[in-house]
Ligand binder design. Structure first.
Ligand SMILES: *[C@@H]1O[C@H](CO)[C@@H](O)[C@H](O)[C@H]1NC(C)=O
Ligand SMILES: *[C@@H]1O[C@H](CO)[C@@H](O)[C@H](O)[C@H]1NC(C)=O
Ligand SMILES: *[C@@H]1O[C@H](CO)[C@@H](O)[C@H](O)[C@H]1NC(C)=O
Length: 626
């Protein structure tokens, strides 16, 4: 997130930069002591591999106050802590929003903050979702006091379409001073109406006084089917810039359409509702799209396995394609936009039969390592920081999901006008786990937990037990001569308990970890045309547990594909919608990865396509597609 009011000073202070070096990075290790404990590891959809649990971070337009939001380690209650933007130490104590289930987005103002979470409605609320499934809600706090609270789902919201809840709050919150409007883009599941039991996404606008407002051509009740990743950034007027990764094989710049249509950024192999965690998967969907400072241009960063062998997507119809992946691991890509609707260069191919589905991509990496957790933020009007994590020798047994293996470092790459500048800086003790913010002095700063980062095996049964009360921050400076503002002596540096706990839980990986599976990146080009039907027929019977299995807490999808020694039984996501999912099992026919195409009419937003005929309304998963 960035603030236009910084634009002029930042643009003027831009320095033609060499590549990033060690001196460009300033770490504030354990600078912030949390009032409550926090669990830094969130397990991924399907594989249960570890992800950083997101801690939203934001700085006010005047640069004076910063805020960090985090979910309590009990997984209920979200805390928002004010942070000194130079020392990254606590200012005062945390504000707690009781009942919040996820820290889903944060905007800082000069007089307070707004933040997005999801919470259960009070029992007895008319038309509430069953089983206390949380619904999305936006809070505004001014000078430490709650000023308003606006539900973005649940009773009364989009009642004509059907009511929606957000069992997981995958999404983001942005604010535009010029528009005088908050925008939130998040994953939902409908619990009434024709879409009941299906997953999609929704874009909502809220005025500065807390009024939820429907803006034609900008708001949406239902957009991308089974959204598997969101990138969202403010514009001077609604619609704000939006990107979705859906379950049919594409990533769209859907600013103008709000649905699974618009400008096709990428072809992605999509299987079992996922497309390679393009925007981070569970706990991702932040700092994926950056607006350049003082400009209408944007840069998007994501990870992709590339695309070969385009086939017709008969479920979606004419003009829609599916593809196979070119590589085993994921590489980092960027796309540039001259404004919120306009891609620089070609759209991704939609030519059925094409061998090549990714020739338009501007790759930042092109190797055999697996790259994940990609994010981007702007230094100024032309340069961005692109970051990701690598596993040099990845084991990627599960199609369209994440990989496992020895973590070989976080990369920080300077990119100017779409081109890499120098080599990436490699850090093995610094991660990105919350929003990357452009500070008033042009640095980019973000929060993380200083811990041993282990990507070698799934999170143990029941989820990670690691907790911490220490938060760290890192700042990248374009000048390479970042000033040294060491934490003040009054800061209490708490020793983190995370490292020890993580080390203790990762010992089983060595014996079962397979290092020998590495595909050549060129082998895929010779792959024969895949049989489209195979995806639904084969996978649905062998990989997708039935509804009852998914409800059963002792069965996990990845049991089937992960070596048994490292597989952990599933836990249903906290607040999982046990009652909003139809109880019958209907996964045996139709594309298993398809949910409900969007609603608003026209190509790619045709709610009616196949829906309700019993064949293609398969949505038989309880866990959402991250
Ligand atoms: C995804 O890629 C695999 C090959 O890795 C292929 O068999 C499958 O058909 C692809 N899925 C779709 C929907 O095209
Ligand atoms: C496609 O990706 C999967 C993981 O999603 C991997 O197992 C497979 O080897 C990849 N195919 C190619 C041709 O690299
Ligand atoms: C899961 O399955 C086991 C064995 O069939 C059964 O005993 C148990 O009650 C089930 N649990 C749930 C939550 O359905």
């Amino acid at each position: 997130m960035l603030f236009r009011s910084f634009a002029l000073s930042c643009a003027l202070s831009t320095i033609a930069a060499a590549s990033l070096s060690e001196s460009s990075l300033q770490k504030h290790v354990d600078s912030l002591t949390l009032d409550h404990s926090f669990k830094p590891v969130k397990e991924a959809y399907w594989t249960s591999l570890p992800h950083h649990r997101r801690t939203p971070f934001a700085v006010s337009p005047d640069g004076q106050s910063a805020y960090l939001a985090y979910l309590d380690s009990s997984e209920t209650d979200v805390h928002v802590q004010q942070v000194d933007p130079s020392t990254f130490a606590a200012v005062g104590s945390a504000v707690t929003v009781t009942g919040g289930k996820e820290a889903g987005g944060l905007v800082a103002h000069n007089d307070g903050f707004a933040f997005l979470t999801n919470e259960a409605l009070p029992s007895g609320t008319a038309d509430a979702p069953a089983a206390s499934t949380p619904v999305p809600v936006l809070y505004r706090f001014t000078s430490g006091q709650q000023t308003w609270k606006t539900f973005l789902g649940g009773p009364g919201v989009d009642a004509n379409f059907g009511l929606a809840a957000s069992p997981d709050l995958n999404g983001d919150l942005v604010y535009s001073e010029e528009a005088g409007m908050y925008g939130a883009y998040f994953v939902i599941t409908a619990y009434t109406g024709d879409a009941s039991g299906h997953y999609g996404d929704s874009i909502k606008y809220v005025k500065t006084d807390g009024t939820l407002t429907t803006i034609s051509g900008a708001s949406s009740s239902w957009g991308c089917s089974h959204n598997t990743g969101i990138a969202f950034e403010a514009a001077d007027a609604a619609p704000f810039a939006s990107i979705c990764a859906e379950d049919q094989g594409d990533i769209w710049l859907n600013t103008a359409t709000q649905g699974m249509s618009g400008v096709k950024i990428s072809n992605e192999n999509t299987t079992n509702g996922a497309s390679g965690e393009a925007m981070g998967g569970m706990s991702g969907s932040y700092s994926g799209l950056a607006r350049l400072i003082g400009s209408d241009s944007y840069v998007f960063a994501w990870v992709s396995r590339g695309a070969v062998d385009l086939t017709e997507n008969s479920w979606m119809g004419d003009g829609y394609t599916q593809c196979s992946n070119r590589t085993n691991g994921r590489n980092v890509a960027i796309a540039q936009f001259t404004d919120k609707n306009t891609l620089v260069g070609e759209q991704a191919s939609s030519v059925v039969g094409a061998a090549d589905g990714d020739s338009q991509i501007n790759w930042i990496t092109q190797g055999t390592a697996d790259c994940s957790n990609a994010h981007v933020a702007a230094f100024d009007g032309s340069s961005v920081l692109v970051t990701w994590e690598e596993i040099e020798n990845p084991f990627c047994p599960v199609i369209a999901m994440g990989c496992q293996g020895t973590f070989t470092g976080t990369r920080f790459q300077l990119v100017t006008n779409g081109a890499k500048v120098g080599d990436a800086l490699v850090e093995t003790d610094t991660y990105v786990a919350g929003d990357m913010v452009t500070m008033s002095d042009g640095r980019i700063c973000w929060p993380y937990v200083s811990m041993v980062w282990d990507l070698s095996s799934p999170v143990a049964y029941g989820g990670s037990t690691a907790t911490t009360t220490s938060m760290s921050f890192a700042c990248m400076s374009l000048s390479g001569s970042s000033e040294t503002s060491a934490p003040s002596s009054s800061v209490v540096i708490a020793s983190s308990t995370v490292a020890q706990e993580e080390a203790a839980t990762s010992t089983l990986a060595t014996s079962t970890f397979v290092t020998s599976i590495r595909s050549s990146t060129t082998a895929a080009a010779e792959t024969t045309t895949p049989v489209v039907e195979a995806t639904s027929e084969v996978s649905s019977s062998t990989l997708i547990p039935s509804e009852t299995q998914i409800d059963n807490t002792s069965v996990k999808p990845s049991d089937i594909v992960v070596p048994s020694a490292i597989a952990a039984p599933v836990t249903t996501p906290s607040g999982a919608p046990t009652a909003v999912i139809p109880s019958q099992s209907f996964v045996s026919s139709g594309p298993i990865s398809s949910g409900l195409p969007s609603f608003n009419g026209g190509k790619g937003s045709g709610f009616g396509k196949g829906f309700g005929n019993g064949r293609k309304s398969s949505c038989g998963r309880q866990k959402r597609p991250n």
